[in-house]
Design a protein around this ligand. Structure first.
Ligand SMILES: [Zn+2]
Ligand SMILES: [Zn+2]
Length: 93
């Protein structure tokens, strides 16, 4: 019974290959996208506008909104202009 199920399930392997190819396509698209959104706050994906207060990551030089949901509650209230963002923090460790 179990062997029979396995044989019937074989075509799924080909479908998975298609899925992998699709994933590669999507990954390539996302990389292009990342270049285009470089000016945007990496935490929320929105472009900082006008008089919004920003914090710059000292390592990747990305600008983040100085808001609790972008740099964290502690940094939001700190009087700093630069910090190390989560991405760089994890890369360093
Ligand atoms: Zn943001
Ligand atoms: Zn960074």
């Amino acid at each position: 019974m179990f062997a029979e199920n396995h044989i019937l399930g074989l075509p799924c392997i080909f479908e998975k290959k298609d899925v992998l190819n699709k994933r590669k396509e999507i990954a390539a698209t996302l990389l292009l996208y990342e270049v285009n959104v470089k000016e945007c706050c990496p935490a929320c994906g929105w472009k900082p506008e006008g008089e919004e207060k920003l914090m710059r990551c000292g390592m990747c030089e990305c600008y983040f909104h100085k808001k609790p949901h972008c740099v964290g509650e502690a940094l939001h209230s700190a009087g700093l202009d630069t910090f190390i963002c989560k991405r760089c923090e994890y890369n360093v460790e």
